[in-house]
Design a protein around this ligand. Structure first.
Ligand code: FAD
Length: 346
């Protein structure tokens, strides 16, 4: 790679890098060329070199929402851009700018330490800040898109840095412009807008239950602690058992299909979605098909939560996709509903 004399320090190259520790499934995977990106300024030269050589490439954050194959040819960009700062604060909002490589949960904790409540429902979601807008991470009734002011990214098609205001990001349930246009934008920084006015968001049953006996309105810190407690209880720790959180999206169906299903299965777990649609709990559908806790070779379905597929040790992308296909086929056969895989197959 050629760099101009005064160009910023190039991204560090690690040839043939093992990524077992950089994906929460714990799959053995080897990146032909892994580049550690620590500043946005490294991207123009790096991407030019990659594109000029016609190399395959992809971006990797914390690896908590990916299915990695055994070999990743070409360039893998490890997003390690650090740093967070309060940009401005007025009567209504506080703006904070955060590097794409910052750990998501550490950011949530930091905002609370700065007395900036708002992100507490999203505590303990693994991964990096730069990946959070890609699938518009969400939990306990809150989606991150609501708190994003703008995104700074390197547009690999235009070969230029761009700032995308929130409206341009097209946030939807586990979806965004970035997810719809893979390989275009490399997110370098996220600017969050945290409103000064705060109200607890307790509409989700699990969370509401925690505070049902509480005589006073819970604080953001109390909600943060409750969310961490519920998640630790419900979800397997990837350090102990490989997984990528929810493996399937909750399917959204038209009311006509919902009406037929609920008549047939009155116990079905579902939530009203946008007008005319209902969101079905994918975990319930999978559980009804008898998959909870099963194993299929080295992979399986988590015993406490049917939506989570796990790697018991020596599993591969092929194993997990084989299990996913078995589940998708059975759920379709039983309920006529197609389950979409949530993690990105790199
Ligand atoms: C135990 C567990 C629980 C989870 N719970 C939730 C949950 O409650 N809600 C939820 O929404 N998700 C959840 N997830 C999924 C995951 O944590 C999120 O999707 C997270 O945002 C992924 O971050 P990451 O840095 O690990 O991204 P990666 O897995 O590294 O990447 C995910 C995708 O984003 C792309 N990408 C990453 N960084 C960038 C960047 N800077 N620019 C452009 N593209 C990029 C990658 O190419 C890939 O396509 C969970 C995962 C686990 C393991």
């Amino acid at each position: 790679m050629n760099f101009a004399k005064n160009a910023p320090k190039p991204a560090k190259l690690n040839p043939n890098m093992g990524l077992k520790d950089r994906n929460t499934f714990g799959f053995e995977s080897q990146a032909e060329f892994a580049y550690e990106v620590t500043t946005p300024e490294q991207l123009p030269d790096l991407m030019k070199s990659i594109q000029d050589q016609g190399l395959a490439w992809r971006v990797l954050g914390g690896g908590s929402n990916v299915i990695l194959p055994a070999d990743l040819p070409g360039a893998t960009l490890l997003m390690n851009i650090a740093g967070q700062a309060i940009l401005s604060s007025d009567d209504k909002n506080t703006l904070i700018s955060v590097g794409a490589g910052v750990n998501w949960h550490e950011l949530v904790t930091w905002t609370l330490e700065q007395n900036l409540p708002g992100l507490e429902n999203l505590a303990l979601i693994p991964g990096t800040v730069g990946a959070a807008p890609i699938q518009n991470i969400g939990a306990y009734g809150v989606e991150i898109g609501e708190y994003i002011d703008s995104i700074e990214a390197f547009d690999t098609a235009a070969h230029a840095f761009v700032t995308l205001p929130r409206d341009a990001c097209q946030f939807a349930y586990r979806d965004s412009y970035f997810k719809q246009h893979p390989h275009q934008m490399i997110v370098t920084k996220v600017v969050f807008k945290i409103p000064k006015e705060w109200t607890p968001r307790l509409q989700y049953a699990d969370l509401a239950k925690q505070f049902s006996q509480s005589p006073t309105t819970p604080t953001a810190e109390e909600i943060y602690i409750a969310v961490c407690k519920i998640r630790t209880h419900k979800l397997p720790d990837p350090k102990v058992i490989g997984n990528a959180g929810s493996f399937f999206q909750n399917p959204i169906v038209p009311n006509s299909q919902y009406d037929t299903l609920i008549q047939q299965f009155p116990q079905m777990v579902s939530y009203p979605d946008v007008p005319g649609k209902h969101k079905l709990a994918a975990g319930w559908l999978i559980d009804q098909c008898g998959f909870k806790g099963i194993t299929m070779g080295p992979v399986g379905v988590y015993e406490n939560q049917a939506l989570v597929l796990v790697n018991h040790g020596s599993g591969t992308a092929k194993d997990i996709l084989g299990l996913a296909k078995t589940i998708q086929d059975k759920v379709h056969q039983e309920f006529g509903v197609h389950l979409l895989i949530e993690p990105n197959i790199l």
